[in-house]
Design a protein around this ligand. Structure first.
Ligand code: PLP
Length: 418
């Protein structure tokens, strides 16, 4: 019964999290959706407008995706049956990988069960030693942006690198990366630079063109060069003239690009696209790809259909509507007296509240008014930078955005925020 002591420790940790009011396990339960083009969630029997989803193009309720998922599911079954190297890959998975590679202008791609799983395995595989004699991790320097996503941090952790081989550059500052590249010349054979494309707390972009210039300037100083890995989960199918995300916005190119199928693409799963040699190597080494199931055939078919929609005239229209929703929201919230935590042209807009209690109260009041938003509080953001994160979708109408701002204005006034 000594495990009771272990459980007591676990209980204490949960109590600590609850006392700090940062618990995540009491989420809303979505019972269903209404039937209109921009469906409301049904929660506790009430219809709630969603202003905090990553479904930027509204594709998860798209009839073409649903039909593709249904057809693949009924013909191929509901699950993959086994990992790919055991009983084989489905044609629909390979087709999706080819389409993703083509969409991003790369030689090949691989699909994972999630982008989290992709980051863990891709990063670990590219920074670890391949064998005792060849690539050894002590030859690799990893440099990461200080606000990278948790899945990147954990991928780097798996590499078990020494603290000298694991550096963090100042958020969005290419100069800080350059200083580190200069200071480490001659100490490592190769460098792996890793960053988010879009940072999800504030909707900011990493300037990939600037990073690329810095990398190109110092590439020759390292025997095996410098590799740039970008996780653009919030960028692809959300921003850029044709939905190609941060690369399209900034004009900089990643060597290895990781994305998710579970946000703008409206499906589920993660992927990586890169040069053929990188993908061939990853198919032999990425543990979460080799030893873990892929997404179901239905999900792969839905993601494949999402790419077709995105590449069509309808996709262009959805992206344009999303951009005008962003402009409208910013203009109206600013006119109402709200400020933003950072300048952003992305569908993530962080409204600066600056007070923890008021941020929570506003989220609650908006929920009572029928709007779902996310409050992000200290310690996730620095003290005094508490924010409401609003996320827009292409299926929201001008009237939806205006109704949202009206409620924000009324509740913000009541709480003394504006
Ligand atoms: C930057 C970034 N990377 C990776 C992920 C993980 O994506 P997935 O849900 O496909 O595992 C997320 C999702 O929160 C993310 O924001």
């Amino acid at each position: 019964m000594s495990k009771q002591k272990f459980y007591t420790s676990l209980q204490q940790e949960v109590a600590r999290i609850d006392a700090a009011a940062v618990s995540k396990r009491h989420e809303h339960l979505i019972e269903g959706f209404t039937k209109e083009a921009n469906p409301k969630a049904i929660i506790d029997g009430r219809e709630i407008s969603i202003f905090n989803s990553n479904d930027y193009l509204g594709l998860r309720h798209h009839p073409v995706l649903k039909a593709a998922e249904h057809k693949a599911g009924s013909e191929l079954g509901t699950g993959p049956g086994a990992v790919r190297f055991i009983s084989g890959s489905f044609a629909v998975h390979r087709e999706l990988e080819r389409k993703l590679a083509q969409f991003h202008g790369r030689e090949d791609g691989m699909v994972f069960s999630s982008a989290f799983a992709a980051n863990l395995a891709v990063i670990f595989s590219l920074i670890k030693g391949q064998s005792k004699d060849s690539l050894v991790s002590s030859d690799t320097l990893v440099i990461s942006d200080e606000l990278n996503h948790r899945s990147i941090i954990d991928g780097v952790r798996l590499g078990n690198l020494s603290s000298e081989a694991k550096l963090i550059f100042k958020h969005l500052q290419a100069d800080s990366l350059e200083e580190m590249l200069l200071a480490n010349k001659g100490k490592f054979k190769r460098v792996v630079v890793i960053t988010d494309g879009v940072f999800s707390m504030l909707g900011e972009y990493q300037d990939l063109a600037k990073l690329r210039q810095v990398i190109d300037r110092h590439d020759g100083a390292y025997e095996e060069g410098i590799l740039l890995i970008v996780d653009d989960c919030h960028g692809v199918a959300a921003c850029g003239a044709t939905g190609r995300g941060t690369e399209e916005i900034t004009g900089g190119r990643a060597d290895v690009l990781i994305g998710t199928l579970g946000k703008g693409f409206g499906a589920d799963g993660g992927y990586v696209v890169a040069d053929q040699v990188v993908i061939d190597y990853l198919r032999e080494s990425a543990a979460t790809y080799i030893y873990s199931n892929s997404i179901s055939p239905g999900t792969a078919a839905a993601a494949s259909a999402a790419l077709d929609v995105l590449e069509s005239a309808e996709g262009a229209k959805l992206l344009a509507t999303l951009r005008s929703n962003v402009e409208l929201l910013k203009e109206k919230l600013q006119a109402a007296g709200f400020a933003f935590a950072a300048p952003s042209t992305h569908p993530i807009q962080a409204v600066l509240i600056g007070d923890t209690a008021k941020t929570r109260d506003l989220t609650k009041a908006m929920y009572e008014r029928g709007f779902l938003i996310t409050n992000i509080n200290y310690p996730v953001v620095p003290k005094g930078r508490d924010e409401i994160r609003v996320q827009l979708s292409a299926t929201q109408t001008k009237e939806d955005v205006e109704a949202f701002v009206k409620a924000m204005q009324e509740e913000g006034k009541k709480l003394g925020i504006i």
